[in-house]
Design a protein around this ligand. Sequence first.
Ligand code: EAX
Length: 333
Amino acid sequence: MTLSLPKKFIRSAALAIGLCAIAAGPALAKDKLVLKAGHAASTSNTGHKAFEFLAKELAEKTDGRITVEIFPSSQLGSERELVESIQLGNVDMTFISSAVLGNFNPEFFALDIPFMFKDREGVYRVLDGEIGQNLLASLEKVGIKGLGYWENGFRQLTNNKKVIKSPDDLKGMKMRTMENEVHIAAWREEGANPAPLAFGELFTALQQGTFDAQEGPINLFYDMKFYEVQKFISKTNHVYSPWPVLINPDVYQRMSDADRAILEEAVAKTTEYQRDLARKADDEAVAAMPGVTITELTPEELAAFSSRMGPIHDMVKKRVGAGIVDAILAEVN
Ligand code: EAX
């Protein structure tokens, strides 16, 4: 026997169920969470592997309630656009070079002074200590929650014309930099002709000769196949690029205390995993790199580059105050 209910009753029942679902929304939202994560590196890169590791950790620790959808290779936009999307809530998580963050919070420019970091020990003392953690916390005033630092790595100078051993060799070279006024000013001081460009457009720009030179970590250079369009690498180690790991603050706040603790623990575990991969990635890239001339620079040759950075120290101190710059220098030396 079929029960025929008046349409009015069915409509109100459906409305009531819908309202209950909305009322329970936060509970449902708390139960199932898909984190939409974007980044600008390739799927072969350690940064992508970090998001895969994080996704596995979160799924295991929450019985699959929290999952991560990863969009690599600038699919969700450039690094600058990814940060804007985190602020707007269009993207839930990302990692980006800290250099981009200077456009959102100038205090991050303090990390961009070339030749400041000598080794990873000094880098981690800064990033994992008070200075780095305060920098992450300072992002909250611009609508970003920082969770930690993964490792892009020490950056090297590359070009497609010749071996570069001194700033004089850079004269007139069109050089791509990240979208960061300190980097642009620094390479101008070194004698290049710098201009910023989003990372996702860089391979084509190098291929078309828009730029003769660029700079970045060797492992990322390899993963992005830049060796096809850049034949010379000079081991300048001029800047260390951290990858601050960011999440949309509303997504973070809507999580339960327990889930937030799971997330923070998973990010910390992923940081260890990814830094270990990144430490090995440069040597692995060098071993696998086809047909590129890699030049080690002597201390004197490096000094020729670093000795030109006085105006950049002044520029950053003027922009963010001498305090944080001096604190970093004290920590790394
Ligand atoms: O964060 O723009 C760059 O050169 C960065 O190293 C890259 O986007 C990875």
